[in-house]
Design a protein around this ligand. Structure first.
Ligand code: EPU
Length: 420
């Protein structure tokens, strides 16, 4: 296993290009199960998670090539309806093969993904949605088995205790596109990644309206065909780079980034006293003056993304004043607090809140990544810290940030890998 070593204290400067969005591409790859025709997906990041999805599609009977950011999917044999535990357990997003398999084959047997370090992560909303479409569901030996003679459109309220669900909306949408009649998903997730999936499904011949709003209307069609699609830029990678510029007092031009997907983060950054110059496809972030503490509450889109909470905590650790961070999506997503404190941060956790007292400096230390976004938070802290930080369990970072070391290196960071 590798660990990442960062020698902090360099002001990052230059240009960086953001990769395609991990959380858009995974369900879009799953959507190729809805047809036997060939599909081409462009702008696909080379990540551990995208490679896992390639393996899952292959195990289900697809021929998949993945080269230079392009995934080409065609049919090798009849699509299998069983998604195995070994693959699904390595990545939660693989549960989104349930919707397209059920839509297409009217039966699907998919391993339950289980929880993870950021929380329990149930799948009740996924099951509620497909049940409403007429599927009969049994759970046995860790697998969900869903089957239906036919799927019928329905009015489905998909709101949960923590608001809307991204992958449940994706799953229900992918089943409903081939159901008979009209489906209305109410309290649908509005995330740009859900919109990107809907756009891909529309290219495949699906009839969808209202994506990007809390009510999605789907009129079922008999079959879907192949399509070509380019994935939207990863807003979480872009957000992480915004913070990399500010935390190192740097000056970065972030290309292939949509400011319209980053409204809540940019608002908080501006409230903290920093300035971001926005163009249609790029953002220019130059540090000018001390960052002030700002309170953050994570919420479903367009609220502040939970996937930026850990990284924002790094910046707030060095801000002037006291920040209260409230996590409303995953109330236990605070594994990074103890690691930041090892680097000299002053953070106290109180249930779903973290109280961050800004300090004047962080110091490099050996730390351990617990999940993907916690790793990014530690990278940011390491870039700003005095001295050397070594981050172990690097595989978490590899799940979601394409070429992160070379991107940071090009911006001037002193960063390299070592064997554990
Ligand atoms: N929830 C339920 N029941 C369900 C599904 C979800 O109660 O059936 C709860 C969850 O426990 C959570 C909330 O609803 O409290 C929202 O979860 P959601 O279903 O939206 O999460 P997800 O779809 O499983 C995606 C991203 C996550 C991101 C969340 C929230 C993908 C592949 N994953 O997960 O990304 O944090 O939405 O925005 O799209 C990451 O990239 O690091 C990551 C964890």
């Amino acid at each position: 296993m590798d660990k990442l070593i960062i020698e902090g204290g360099v002001k990052l400067k230059g240009e960086v290009t953001i990769s395609g969005a991990k959380n858009a591409v995974l369900p879009i790859m799953a959507a190729t199960l809805l047809t036997d025709d060939a599909c081409i997906i462009k702008g696909v990041p080379e990540l551990r998670d995208t490679n896992t999805m390639v393996k899952i599609l292959r195990s289900l009977g697809k021929a998949v090539e993945f080269e230079k950011g392009v995934v080409s999917v065609s049919s090798l044999r009849n699509t299998s309806y069983i998604a195995d535990y070994k693959l699904v357990s390595t990545m939660r997003a693989s549960f989104c093969v349930l919707g397209p398999l059920l839509g297409r084959l009217k039966k699907a047997k998919v391993s339950l993904p289980g929880g993870c370090v950021i929380g329990v992560r149930p799948v009740d909303l996924h099951l509620k949605g497909i049940r409403a479409l007429g599927a009969e569901i049994t759970i046995d030996a860790g697998y969900v088995f869903a089957r239906a003679k036919k799927l019928k459109g329905a009015h489905i309220y998909l709101g949960g205790v923590y608001g809307s669900s991204v992958l449940a909306t994706d799953n229900v949408m992918m089943s409903a596109v081939l159901a008979e009649g009209k489906t209305f998903i109410e309290a649908a997730a509005c995330e740009p990644e859900v919109v990107d999936l809907a756009e891909f499904l529309i290219k495949m011949g699906a009839k969808i309206k209202g994506h990007g709003t809390p009510v999605i209307e789907i009129e079922g069609v008999k079959s879907l065909h192949g399509a070509t699609h380019t994935i939207i830029p990863d807003r979480i990678e872009a957000g992480t780079m915004i913070l990399a510029s500010l935390i190192t007092k740097g000056d970065i031009l972030i290309k292939n980034a949509y400011f319209k997907h980053l409204g809540a983060l940019i608002d908080k950054i501006e409230e903290s006293g920093a300035n971001i110059v926005k163009s249609e496809n790029s953002l220019h972030v130059r540090y000018k003056k001390t960052i002030k503490a700002v309170n953050i509450t994570t919420l479903p889109y367009p609220g502040f993304p939970t996937d930026m909470q850990a990284q924002m905590m790094s910046l707030m650790s060095l801000a002037q004043g006291i920040t209260v961070i409230t996590e409303k999506i995953y109330p236990d997503r605070f594994m990074h607090v103890a690691e930041l404190n090892r680097m000299g941060a002053l953070i106290q956790r109180e249930g779903p809140h973290a109280i961050v007292e800004g300090v004047s400096k962080l110091s490099g230390a050996p730390v351990m990544a617990s999940d993907l976004r916690a790793s990014a938070c530690l990278v940011l802290a390491g870039l700003a810290a005095k001295g050397k930080t070594s981050i172990s369990r690097l595989y978490h970072l590899e799940r979601g940030y394409e070429n992160i070391e070379s991107k940071l290196e090009k911006l001037g960071a002193r960063v390299w890998r070592e064997k554990e």
